[in-house]
Ligand binder design. Sequence first.
Ligand code: FRU
Length: 481
Amino acid sequence: TMKEADYRPLYHFTPSLHWMNDPNGLVYYKGTYHLFYQYNPNASVWGTMNWGHATSTDLFNWKDQPVALAPDNSGTIFSGSAVADAANTAGFKTGTEDPLIAVYTLNGSQQQQSIAYSNDGGTSWTKYANNPVLPNAGVPDFRDPKVFWYAAGQKWIMILAVGNKVQIYSSVNLKSWSLLSEFGANLGAHGGVWECPDLFQLPVDGTATTKWVMLVSVNPGGPNGGSATQYFTGNFDGTTFTSDSNTVNWMDYGTDNYATVTYNNIPAADGRRLAIGWMSNWNYAQQVPTTTWRSTMTVPRALSLVSTTAGAVLRSQPVLELSNYKNSTPDTTAQGANTAIKMLNSKLIGSGSYEIDFTADLNSTNTLTLSIGNIVEKIALTYNKASGLLSVDRSKSGHIDFNTQFQQQITCPYIPKTGLPTDFQVLVDKTSIEIFVDHGEKVITTIYFPNYQYTDLKLQGDGNASVISNFKVKGINKSLR
Ligand code: FRU
């Protein structure tokens, strides 16, 4: 049977001890990716929130750092972002490093926006003496500031979650903010309160044409219950964001990708828009069957926009740094091909950490099922042409009874492209499966907790034709290749 240690992922970030939720302050500075996160250092449930801190040079090998921001008499530290203030607009610079400035929600008698700065590249942090920088006149949900430098207007922009909408503010010094506009009260998904917004520009189809993308997490009201992250594509003119359409778009149909936000200060020569989400769901996050620590971050993902007949679509794909930890040669023990492939009692599947890649001609089969499990348990991804759905069933995945909502089917609308095979990239890491369909146009991220080690993989279509091609499974290890 599985022990708690067997539940800890190998290549996903987890706190060594105790509770974690949202990623915070994602900023890159001089070769280091900083990952701050909502952290309760006292227990494995949500509570007195701090900003925990970890650093990495490759987004996979994370080093724990001391807590960066801890509560004081004025309140606890809720979610927010961080910027590198290269031009010293806030005047905090004392040495040779660009000041890094964290913008966070101080959760006290009210939620107000505050700042803290670091003059040593993110190692030590000092709260600004005149906090808050954006006070609150009694609005109950007023939080999760994402700040970025808006070069076209030579100003800082802050996007803030305010109840059922976002507000957009600007500042020239990060200390004094003015309201520019509001967005979203009548657009998008509103099953719950809006949280953790983000706003950034992306090329369309890799060209010089760009669009702006807004991410907004909502809890509850996700497509499969509980918390989830939606996105809007549109335009931002330095004051107002205008959405392309009023359809609801989900970044991820899985139950376990929330509070997704992106990195600031990625060098132009890199140019990627990198996102990390919290791989859990407020429906059951505090009850999942680990006790010494709780929660995991998603694999870091690069975001891009592709145009389709239905408008611009946001793709999320695992960052390529993952290949540094992935076996270069695939496993060779799979039996079968075309419509049915099996790996039974597989050492690689038993390791719990691997990537499955294949393409499937879903136009020539009524169903396709990928399952991993053992004799009595499994988690299964099924495509069903009649229902037009991809679904994930974790009702027999193992430990499921800690919360009734955990057992529900997870579905994602999917219609295969005419004449084109569907591309699947599936990342498995002990207790998580991240399914990227058509290069991340559809994503399903979910967690599960086996009672017994999973050792079997089965991939099964039902047509006579050759449904499955290019099937490969590669181990992912912690050591660098
Ligand atoms: C989202 C969230 C944020 C808040 C933080 C508190 O998961 O509710 O809105 O800042 O968690 O931990």
